[in-house]
Design a protein around this ligand. Structure first.
Ligand code: FMN
Length: 285
């Protein structure tokens, strides 16, 4: 049986949906495909065994590049046992930065004397609250239309990956990174603006889902510990709309890919190789 593996990072489900679809199609094709969530990774080294015929990276664009924790994971990922594999990426985004992000990944892999065989970008509805996410009183919501368009592109991408069809790999555009790189790598304290409102029921889901394990609970209320990736999983998944980012998110819709649930995001995180049992309650203060 041909053996494949996909590493992924997902906060609001777009990339998880993509990774899962590719994996399910591999299985339906008589091939195996492991899904490895990089959520909760804390710097452990990871060496990929030999024998994989396709190695995939599926993740969102954050500020025109690779989400910083995922980038650090790839930096240390040992691929020396990988020979002749089809290495592919699928970047999900809200409309811009797919090429520069794929180019970033290519450069990271080149440092390991590897390279992408195919690079894909799928535009979904954006999870970034300030620029894209719709106002709650929008009468013609874009999210459904954009998600359907993304899923149609996904079907094409899945076909290309299963056929191990090579694509052109985008070149790095340094101009695109102007201003963005610093932003992407200095997010940890941006969580100072998260606040909870009176609708918080102390369910603790925000802490469970956070891929950085950045949220602790004191008297069952969340607090953010300044190791944030600004992925916004806490804000988008809160079942009671009890989390805001200052005032900018107040009248903005919450989003997640409709085929993905909070339970599934949590399951992927807790069954991943980097999971650990964490008691979030009354921790650290
Ligand atoms: C902090 C942050 C920065 C983002 N920056 C960009 C960007 O530069 N360009 C873009 O098209 N989308 C951007 N997005 C949107 C995400 O790339 C997009 O919604 C992605 O599909 C989310 O993937 P996920 O649902 O798997 O978490 C950003 C989202 C976040 C949270």
């Amino acid at each position: 049986m041909r053996k494949n593996i996909i590493f992924f990072w997902s906060a609001t489900g777009n990339s998880l949906h993509v990774a899962r679809e590719i994996s399910e199609h591999f299985w339906a094709n008589g091939e195996s495909c492991e899904l490895v969530s990089v959520a909760a990774w804390r710097g452990e080294s990871f060496r990929l065994d030999e024998g994989y015929e396709a190695v995939g990276f599926v993740f969102p664009v954050y500020f025109g590049g690779i989400p910083s924790p995922f980038e650090h994971f790839i930096e240390q990922l040992n691929l020396s046992a990988v020979h002749d594999a089809h290495i592919f990426s699928v970047v999900t985004c809200g409309g811009s930065g797919g090429n520069s992000t794929n180019a970033d990944l290519e450069q990271l892999l080149n440092c390991k004397k590897k390279g992408l065989s195919s690079a894909h970008t799928i535009t979904y509805y954006s999870s970034y609250y300030i620029l894209h996410t719709e106002l709650v009183y929008t009468t013609r919501p874009r999210s459904k239309v954009q998600t359907q368009a993304g899923d149609r592109k996904l079907a094409e991408v899945v076909g290309a990956i299963l056929a191990r069809r090579p694509t052109k790999i985008p070149r790095m555009n340094p101009l695109y990174h102007f201003g963005y790189d610093r932003k992407r790598h200095s997010l940890s304290h941006c969580d100072e603006r998260f606040v909870t409102n009176r609708h918080c029921t102390s369910c603790g889901q925000c802490a469970e889902l956070c891929p950085m394990n950045n949220i602790g609970l004191v008297s069952d209320k969340p607090y953010w510990q300044h190791n944030c990736a600004l992925c916004l999983a806490c804000l988008h998944w809160c079942p009671n709309r009890a989390i805001e980012y200052g005032t900018v998110s107040r009248f903005r819709e919450r989003y997640h890919h409709p085929a993905v649930t909070a339970k599934e995001i949590h399951r992927e995180k807790s069954q991943g190789p980097f999971s650990q049992t964490i008691d979030f309650r009354n921790k650290g203060r």
